[in-house]
Design a protein around this ligand. Structure first.
Ligand code: CMP
Length: 143
């Protein structure tokens, strides 16, 4: 079993796609261990996107991500990190295949609906930014 962090970005919330996006993960069989609807502060943005700090799009990305509430999720399932990224689709809008969440619903590389952890190290780091241990369900999902 593996855990991963997913953010349904402000565009996903504003477009009322939260239910549809979560349904894709649940229908695949992933378990929701934690979920919260909240705003991303600049302090959280600096930590969450630390690896992008020097990128030219960092300022715009932070403005967008802190502009209105998002939904943060911790999902669990076998190989959930790679699996979720496959369900989400490529970051660049023109490369996101039809059938993926971005391929079906996103029209912008920045406002691309979802963030999903890209490695076990990122998942561990990102989950700790968004959730305390006591905020995550401690049941053992069965299949
Ligand atoms: P995310 O998976 O949240 O990780 C970094 C984010 O930066 C990415 O999704 C996009 O929202 C954004 N991003 C990545 N590349 C670009 C780019 N070339 N131009 C603008 N935004 C980008």
């Amino acid at each position: 079993m593996q855990r991963t962090l997913v953010l349904i970005k402000p565009d996903g919330v504003a477009r009322r796609l939260v239910g549809k996006i979560i349904a894709r993960f649940e229908e695949k069989g992933l378990w929701i261990l934690g979920m919260k609807h909240m705003a991303m502060s600049q302090e959280i943005a600096d930590r969450h996107y630390a690896e992008h700090k020097e990128k030219p799009f960092f300022g715009d990305l932070c403005s967008f991500m802190t502009s209105s509430p998002l939904v943060a999720l911790v999902l669990e399932g076998p190989e959930s990190i790679a699996l979720v990224r496959k369900l989400v689709g490529a970051t660049k809008v023109a490369e996101a295949a039809p059938g993926t969440i971005r391929g079906d619903f996103a029209l912008s590389t920045q406002q691309n609906l979802i963030h999903a952890s890209d490695s076990p190290e990122s998942a561990e780091r990102e989950i700790a930014i968004w959730f305390g241990d006591s905020e995550l369900a401690d049941y053992k999902p069965c299949d």
